[in-house]
Design a protein. Structure first.
Length: 265
């Protein structure tokens, strides 16, 4: 990858979708790190699940990647650039390449399902087109295709505030993929959902991102879902990585180190 332009393609035009964090540190209060110089190389495909107790820095790590949270120090290397050093137009361009699925959906409640999906293209249209919600025909076709893929084509004209939690999260996934991203981040996407719907949402993310060879980095509390769907699990506690391996390698002793104690096992 060259440093000259964001997202320069490798041979054959396929970007290197690997993500590398080097010495990532975040302090909300000076001298009190939430992330303690975390260094991780993420694979350019498949799902990596980050697990750990509340307050250990999982969500902060995810949000540092796309700069929703500003890192205190370290590098965020993606598509040939250091995300931590980008500002203004360069940062906006970089964020277009990183889709995100949120815990609380982050939909525009008064907009319809199809309009919310099309919001994934806001970074690619002019300001006046965005304000008028005038999108190219190919984007509209793509949005309907994604609604079909997430099983909500019949809900295209329904307002977001009339949808169930599971339906809203399906719209959130479609919106993220509408960006045509090179990386998908997911911040606790199932924590507000019932067990059955949680499995369906995980299956959907894995299937749709997998078709497009988009790597997923997910912050998730549910260890069993992480083990079922991820190819790699990163365990964090106190702002540091204490486990990094395949799901089948995660033992009770690792979970004790991650979560502390054993009464909950």
């Amino acid at each position: 990858m060259t440093q000259g332009g964001f997202g320069s393609g490798a041979a054959g035009g396929t970007p290197d979708r690997s993500l590398r964090l080097v010495g990532l540190r975040k302090e909300y209060v000076r001298g009190t790190p939430v992330l303690r110089d975390v260094s991780i190389d993420f694979a350019p495909k498949g799902m990596t699940a980050i697990i750990g107790p509340s307050g250990t820095g999982k969500s902060t790590l995810i949000r540092c990647v796309n700069r929703l949270v500003e890192p205190t120090a370290g590098q965020i290397l993606f598509l040939g650039r250091d995300m931590a050093k980008l500002h203004g137009g360069e940062l906006r361009t970089a964020r277009r390449r990183i889709g995100m699925v949120f815990q609380e959906y982050n939909l525009v409640e008064r907009l319809t399902a199809i309009e919310n999906v099309l919001c994934g293209r806001l970074g690619y249209v002019s300001a006046w087109r965005a304000w008028l919600r005038r999108y190219p025909a190919e984007d509209i076709d793509g949005a309907f295709e994604l609604l079909e893929a997430v099983g909500l084509a019949e809900r295209a004209g329904q307002r977001a505030d009339a949808l169930s939690g599971g339906q809203r999260q399906r719209i959130g996934i479609a919106r993220a993929l509408m960006q045509r991203p090179d990386l998908l981040l997911a911040d606790e996407p199932t924590s507000s959902l019932d067990p059955k719907t949680s499995v369906e949402i995980m299956e959907l993310m894995v299937e749709l991102a997998g078709r497009r060879d988009i790597p997923i980095v997910i912050n998730i509390h549910n260890v069993e879902l992480a083990k079922r769907f991820a190819q790699r699990i990163v365990g964090m506690t106190g702002g540091s990585v204490v486990f990094d391996g395949r799901p089948e390698e995660l033992r009770d002793e690792h979970l004790k180190a991650i979560y502390g104690g054993e009464a909950w096992l």
